[in-house]
Ligand binder design. Structure first.
Ligand code: PXL
Length: 275
C-alpha cells in the first residue's frame, strides 16, 4: 500500500484542504498522512473566521518522524497559509519523499483574478519557488498569472495557455496542469503541458454554478490517480469528470450548503476508476 503525506491547512468547516484531501486520496486505497499548516474555523470565504499558524509545530513533528525513519511515496500540498510555512514545506519535501516519489503542488492562493485574503506578492513569489520542486503543479489561471507576473485574462486562447505552461515548466515543474480553463461559455476543463513537450486538453460541460473547494477536490483526485499508477492524462480526465459529478450531485440536493460540494456522495466513481 502506498503512503503519502498531504500538507495544507485544516479548516474545521467548509470542505477544502485536508478535510477533502484525506477522504478523497484514502478512497483511492492510499494511506493518507496529514500535516496541518494552519487551523481555521472555516475556510476564508465565510464572513467570520479564525486562523492559527502552526509553523512552530512543523519542526518538532518532522524531527520525531525522522527519528522513526518515516518516509513517504509522495507529498501533495495545497493552501498553506504563510511564507514561513512555505519555506518549511520545501525542507519537508527534500527530507521525506522517497527517491522516485511523486510531488504535486497545488499553489492554492487565489481565483477569479484575485488573491485570497491575507496573501500578497511575497507569498506568490515563495509559492513559485515551491512549485519549482514539483513533478506536477495544478494552478488555476489566476494563480499561474500571478506567479508569472502576467496579466490575468478572463478570455484567453491556446497561445496564452501554452505560454503560461512553458514558463511554469521552465520554472521547474515537470508537468503543468492549468485548471478551471473555460474553453467557451459552456465548457470547462484543463490545459496541460507534459514535460514541456506534449499538450493535453480535456473539457466537460460546465455546471451552472461554481463552488468553493472544487480546486482541492480536483487536485486530490489527480494525485489519487497518479499514485494508483494511472497516467497524468487518465488522472486529469478522471478528476474533471469526478469534480463535475460532485457539483451536479450538490445542485440536485436542495439542502446543499453554500460553502462546498457533496464529494462524499461520489466516492463510488473513484472505486470504479481504480478497479
Ligand atoms: O483552496 C481553497 C481554500 C483552502 N483553504 C482555505 C481557503 C481556501 C479558499 O478560500 O480559504 C483556508
Amino acid at each position: 500500500m502506498k503512503k503519502i503525506l498531504t500538507i495544507q491547512d485544516f479548516s474545521c468547516v467548509g470542505k477544502c484542504s485536508l478535510t477533502v484531501a484525506i477522504p478523497i486520496i484514502s478512497a483511492f486505497g492510499i494511506e493518507t498522512c496529514a500535516l496541518p499548516t494552519a487551523l481555521l474555523s472555516t475556510h476564508t470565504q465565510f464572513k467570520n473566521w479564525t486562523f492559527a499558524n502552526l509553523c512552530d509545530q512543523l519542526d518538532p513533528i518532522t524531527d520525531a518522524w525522522q527519528k522513526e525513519d518515516i518516509t513517504f511515496d509522495g507529498i501533495c500540498t495545497g493552501y498553506l497559509g504563510g511564507i514561513d510555512l512555505i519555506e518549511n514545506v520545501k525542507g519537508i519535501i527534500t527530507r521525506f519523499v522517497k527517491k522516485d516519489g511523486t510531488v504535486l503542488i497545488d499553489p492554492a492562493m487565489g481565483d477569479n483574478g484575485k488573491l485570497y485574503t491575507g496573501f500578497d506578492m511575497e507569498y506568490v513569489k515563495a509559492t513559485k519557488t515551491l512549485c519549482a520542486m514539483a513533478d506536477v503543479i495544478t494552478p488555476n489561471i489566476t494563480e499561474a498569472a500571478f506567479m508569472l507576473d502576467m496579466e490575468y485574462k478572463d478570455g484567453y486562447d491556446k497561445e496564452y495557455l501554452l505560454d503560461i505552461c512553458q514558463k511554469l515548466h521552465q520554472n521547474g515543474a515537470r508537468d503543468v496542469v492549468i485548471t478551471g480553463v473555460k474553453k467557451d461559455q459552456a465548457h470547462v476543463g484543463v490545459f496541460c503541458l507534459l514535460d514541456g513537450k506534449e499538450i493535453f486538453e480535456y473539457y466537460t460541460e460546465r455546471e451552472p454554478k461554481d463552488f468553493h473547494g472544487t480546486g482541492d477536490i480536483y487536485s486530490s483526485a489527480v494525485y489519487g490517480g497518479l499514485m494508483n499508477g494511472k497516467t497524468l492524462q487518465e488522472s486529469v480526465k478522471f478528476a474533471c469528470d469526478y469534480t463535475k459529478h460532485c457539483i451536479a450531485v450538490t445542485l440536485a440536493d436542495e439542502s446543499h450548503p453554500f460553502y462546498g460540494v457533496n464529494f462524499e456522495q461520489c466516492t463510488a466513481d473513484i472505486t470504479e476508476f481504480i478497479k
